[in-house]
Design a binder for this molecule. Sequence first.
Ligand code: SAM
Length: 423
Amino acid sequence: MHPRALLEACAELVGLVLKFDHPADQVVSRYFREHRELGPRERATLAETVYTVLRKKLLFDHLSPSGSGPKERRMAILGFHGPRDFLKSALGEAEKRWLDQCDAVKPEDLLERHRHNLPEWLVAPLKAQLGEGFWPLVQSLQQPAPLDLRVNALTDKRPDVQKELGLAGIPAAATPFSPWGLRVEGKPALAKLDAFARGAVEVQDEGSQLLALLLDAKRGEMVVDFCAGAGGKTLAIGATMRSTGRLYAFDTSAHRLDALKPRLARSKLSNVHPAAIAHERDERIKRLAGKIDRVLVDAPCSGLGTLRRNPDLKWRQSPKAVEELAVKQAAILQSAARLLKPGGRLIYATCSVLPEENESIAEAFSQAHPDFEILDIAPLLSALKVADAETLCAGGEAGTRYLRLWPHRHATDGFFAAAWQRK
Ligand SMILES: C[S@@+](CC[C@H](N)C(=O)[O-])C[C@H]1O[C@@H](n2cnc3c(N)ncnc32)[C@H](O)[C@@H]1O
């Protein structure tokens, strides 16, 4: 594709994404479906350009007014993913001069907001939690997330799959914390791999793997994945149960559960029972009350721990949306807890970095439910042979630690988890 046409396409896609009427990944996928003529390299340029614009939106909003032409073109030029000389061959003389001026701006001459590129309402809670760690977090949010795979523990061993991927020209390293994880370099086409087709691997962030591990579901148990979605964690849990017992995958979205079906077929699991529920107080939940050994509540959340993958979320979320989510999260946790039998384990998890969706929900639940004993996450993870478990945790009430994963510290998405045992 000619550089000029590619830049035009980037500008068009940037314009569509910046409407913020749909999630960026959906807008990008739709654009690709409607433009079948685009090759893999062009798609990569388009996607990375759009994501860079989303990641650095405040900076680009600040730099773009000094340029000329449509705003989406100026934003696409600033975020263009590719060699500078390739980009410049698509630009007019005035645009080239403007780009040089923008490139010459020194970070130390910029306002703080143009360096962190975060909405103000997010800055205060992040600084309060991280202190000096705020800027390393900002740095990590400007990078794409690594590609992590989870090896299916039911069918395969991690070193074997690692070797197999290496032979297929895909170098992969064992993840430091999850016993099932492989971190792959670049973005190889996985769908064509035999390991993927036969269900030996699934794409899953190492942090998500740790949440499933934390549930520690055993052979023959009755287990509920309350907010199963497309079943990322369901599949990992089913494998720890060695495909025995009963694993219910509940979700209010039948559409999301549908996406679990092909993954389930590949996984070779036969213990998973997906079921769409109307809401968290559904009849089905009432019937199972007091009968379940382990419940995972992977709650609907703001997703603000996943900004490396979904940078549009920082512009699409709002304090009001977070407030509404917190009400929902508390209601789901309370209903899900009724499922547990005495001695059973409850895990509440989010991919948010905001205390309102995390510690606040966990602490309110603990206070209202004296029959649930909060568990310290660090020894649970150590018992599961996770290395350096303390470094993955942060203090909660009375010294009890929660799981607290951060992109800049653990190279995972931002995750939270609390664990309780029903007395
Ligand atoms: C964080 S996502 C789950 C991701 C999934 N566990 C995975 O690993 O791929 C949260 C899910 O909660 C579901 N959800 C929303 N409200 C719910 C409710 N009241 N009861 C059960 N699930 C709900 C959403 O449809 C969404 O799929």
